[in-house]
Design a protein around this ligand. Sequence first.
Ligand code: HEC
Length: 131
Amino acid sequence: MRYLLVTILALSASAFAQTDEQRAAIADRIKSFSNVCVAGQGCGGASVADAAVASLPGEAKYAGCAACHGPNGGGGIGPALAGREADYIVGRLTAYRANEMVGAQSALMWGQAAALSDDDIRDLAEYVTSF
Ligand code: HEC
């Protein structure tokens, strides 16, 4: 009786054993979950679109803007930027850099735009239109 039990256990254990191929397939399937990706960082499973965005120079320059305009331009303390044309963004930033009044809270943007170069403004506009 004991031998029978051992045989049954051994048989059922072998039924659950995986082949190397199955093990590799499982490892492959769970690999993507072990890769923690932060938006904008080039990481293994990133799509081609993500890679394109990650390479935009405006992304790093936008880091300080995100606090008020949202990481994807959805707005917050500042108005939403997503969906705006690049020319519109360039025009606004150029006006703020010249300390011009646009809306009632323009003073909040003057300091933000003061140190931006023309290239910075173009890069930021390009990045914002990628949202
Ligand atoms: C402290 C919060 C704050 C930060 C940081 C900030 N903004 Fe703003 N932004 C505002 C506010 C408030 C307005 C609206 C200003 C007004 O009334 O004219 C604004 C307006 C704008 C506008 C015009 C939007 C429109 O609808 O006309 C653009 C473009 C813009 N910001 C881009 C940026 C960029 C790019 C950065 C980073 C370099 C940035 N902002 C950083 C608060 C901020």
